[in-house]
Design a protein around this ligand. Sequence first.
Ligand code: CA
Length: 234
Amino acid sequence: MRYSARWFLLALVTALATSLVSSALAWVDPASSTVPCGITLVGLDSHGNPDPAGTFTITIRAATFEPIAGAQVTLDFTACPDVSICSAQVSTGFLVQCSPTSRTIHAVTDPNGQVTFSIVGGGTGHQPCSSLACMKIYAYNGGPMLPGLITDGILHPVVTVSATDEDGAGGISAADLSRLISDALNGSYCARSDFDHAAACVSSVGAPDISRWLTSFFKGYVYGCGSLSGQLCP
Ligand SMILES: [Ca+2]
């Protein structure tokens, strides 16, 4: 019995050590991870709750498809000309870097390899609008830093970003709807006004996007970055 107990203990310790080592060595695999092709920066309701229309989840996995807990995830908005993140966010789990040279949000995956974001932000009023995806995603767990992940079998090296507070001022109001309609009537695709992220985020801006914006507006998610005592990152 004594030997059995020793072997059991040895096997347990070995299994634990193997588990810890394999977890530590699990490198992020873009092809096995999941991200949205487009996201929306949102406002808040009168209670300070962010608009659920902007909630999205990123799942980080290893090449074996095992989710990676504790992976470092960075969303980089630095290359976005038309939108920006708020210097203050609702979630205490986000680390926001806000400067002219770095606009990023950093978070860590949970035991399921996931991190869920609802990001408050707004438009910059930049003209003309950009048709390009601009948010880069970096995920890191000890392996190489790889920009870009894959979702739905389609490579999206970067992600399109829209913002319900189109003009980045005064919360979400008729002035923002006016800008959205202007973008919808624009001859070219304006990523900042793409709220339905349809057709792998390379679609047009039109009635479905206006409908989604109106839903957020009439549900009362009309308070912008200023309501968090923050400002849009420069
Ligand atoms: Ca506004």
